[in-house]
Design a protein around this ligand. Structure first.
Ligand code: URA
Length: 201
């Protein structure tokens, strides 16, 4: 059964030492959601909260994503949510752990897990959130603005849509910037929802 297969892959990922990131993270944060979900959302890597809780998108970026999903009419419980990199890459600063961007080799090495999630979950459409996810799925460095607004095909032929990372809304310099960025995310999620059609028989 696909659920068992996914659980087995998640268990293997929990023991992953394919790159050094497991050494400074608390745990592997694997994807979450139903097998057969029509939509799969892919972020960059777990953040501080996700690393502590062991679930994707439960921290501030997750709250922003939850709000955008509601506004786009997407039920998160029916969506598979995951990340390209499964360990939190961080740098200690006093009592805090600062987010560090994963490098190309960490992304490449970790993508075996995402590839298996896609194969087993078989989503109709994958939404790459942010440039790390988009570049990993397209297979080369991309510019988000060039790819947004239309359905595209990722490197493996998987149907996809590209959007911003929800955390970029939190980093916008002012309220107008935040509103515009948020509206853009909701618009992209609505596009994804309309494109995630059921498979023809
Ligand atoms: N940012 C991500 O890319 N993924 C998470 O799970 C949380 C924050």
């Amino acid at each position: 059964m696909a659920e068992n297969k996914l659980a087995k892959v998640a268990a293997e990922a929990r023991l992953c030492t394919r790159c050094p990131l497991y050494q400074t993270a608390m745990q592997t944060v694997f994807g979450e959601g139903p097998v057969g979900a029509r939509l799969m959302l892919v972020g960059e890597q777990p953040g501080d909260q996700e690393d502590l809780v062991g679930k994707p998108f439960v921290g501030p970026a997750g709250k922003m994503l939850d709000k955008a999903l509601i506004d786009a009419g997407v039920d998160r419980t029916k969506v598979y949510v995951t990340n390209v990199v499964k360990h939190f890459k961080n740098e200690p600063r006093g009592k805090r752990r600062l987010h560090r961007k994963p490098n190309r080799s960490e992304v490449e090495v970790c993508k075996v897990w995402l590839d298996q999630e896609i194969t087993i979950v078989r989503p109709q459409l994958v939404v790459a959130m942010g440039v790390t996810a988009a570049s990993a799925l397209v297979g080369e460095a991309v510019t988000l603005s060039r790819l947004r607004g239309n359905e595209i095909a990722f490197a493996d032929g998987q149907r996809g849509v590209v959007t911003i990372h929800p955390s970029s809304i939190l980093r916008a310099p002012d309220e107008i910037g935040r509103r515009l960025a948020y509206a853009g995310l909701v618009k992209d999620l609505k596009l994804a929802l309309t494109r995630a059609r059921p498979r023809s028989p």
